[in-house]
Design a protein around this ligand. Sequence first.
Ligand SMILES: Cc1ncc(COP(=O)(O)O)c(C=O)c1O
Length: 409
Amino acid sequence: MIDIIKNIATAPRRTKASVIRELLKITNKPGIISFAGGLPDPELFPYDFVTDAVKEIMAKKGRTALQYGPTDGLPELKEEFIKFLKQYEGIDVKPENLIITTASQQALDMVGRLFIDASDPVLVEKPSYMGALQVFKSYGCEFIGVKLEDDGVSTEELEEKLRWLRSQDEHYKFLYLVPDFQNPSGVTLSEEKRRKVIALSEKYDVAVIEDSPYRQIRFEGKEPKMLYRLDKETHNTDNIISLFTFSKTFAPGLRLGVILAHPQIVKKMEILKQSLDLCSSSLNQLIAAEFLRTGYFGKHIAVVKESYKAKKDTMVAALEKYMPEGVTWTRPEGGLFLWLRLPEDMSADDMFAEAIKENVAYVIGSAFYSDGSGNNTMRLNFSYPTTGEIEEGIKRLATAVKKRLVAAK
Ligand SMILES: Cc1ncc(COP(=O)(O)O)c(C=O)c1O
């Protein structure tokens, strides 16, 4: 047996197991307080709403719900999503601008399939979302990392890299950004830089993937406009492809997302999706349509924001209380994550085993760097643990950091 392994094609051979999924196996150990996952708080899922919605759907639209649907998505969900975009983002679109996906991870796979030929350069933030790096790598791209600053990707470095790629006659295709409360760092791209990114997209003919699962979970500060909207208001390049998901605003178990793009891109995506899964779940699309139609989305997101803000505040306060000097962290205005920096010469990778001994877990920051750097960083999730666990977990983490500092002396 298993001689056939050698017959496996290039893309899966290139695909490495996700560091997070591997870490999660360790962090499931009883007694561990885990800041490692990226899970929404299951206490907040709208169980009663879903129960009632399914009953109603079965009574009125059972045939649609249990049948195959169109590959680009059910008109019921598209109609509601168009209203959502108008109300929350000030964006006017038509059904042909939208394709419903089996959540954003599928959308990322479709982006990879659509644009990447082996050895094509792909521009990513440093750090960037690991799930995107994994899928783009499987299509054989080369990453061009661009430094992430406190107000988002460095537009100077981005232009330098684009200029260099053009001078080399490289077939660079797209820039991948998580502009709102980035996973992993929690950083948001300022509106000023968004305008620069769009100008660069026009100047260098590069598509911009705006992957924004956390945008609706803003608990403080002013919201910059979406790149898609800014592009429409300024350059009208049609180079922006925006990815939405219901995973963080509703429930990841629905596996539902939406791509917003030019109709020609949507048409190409539709052909790709035909071979991936024919269509996303019809039942789940109707549930999501009800979620938007009834206005439950607005009520639910208010509850989510209140809870996550309290958890983020607890984490920041605990870090201030327990962490030794030399350790710094971001103060995100929304989302699910906070980013912690140890002193430059300390490795969060090496410290991981010690943290586990203290019964606390995190994700090593280097896993989010396309070039393996960022050794002194880690991602901490605050949506899943309770406030009591956050306080205790940060105390344990600080103990691990202090022990390491003493050992280094
Ligand atoms: C930036 C980003 N993109 C995409 C995803 C995938 O989410 P989903 O497939 O559940 O929509 C995640 C999940 O954490 C994410 O953080």
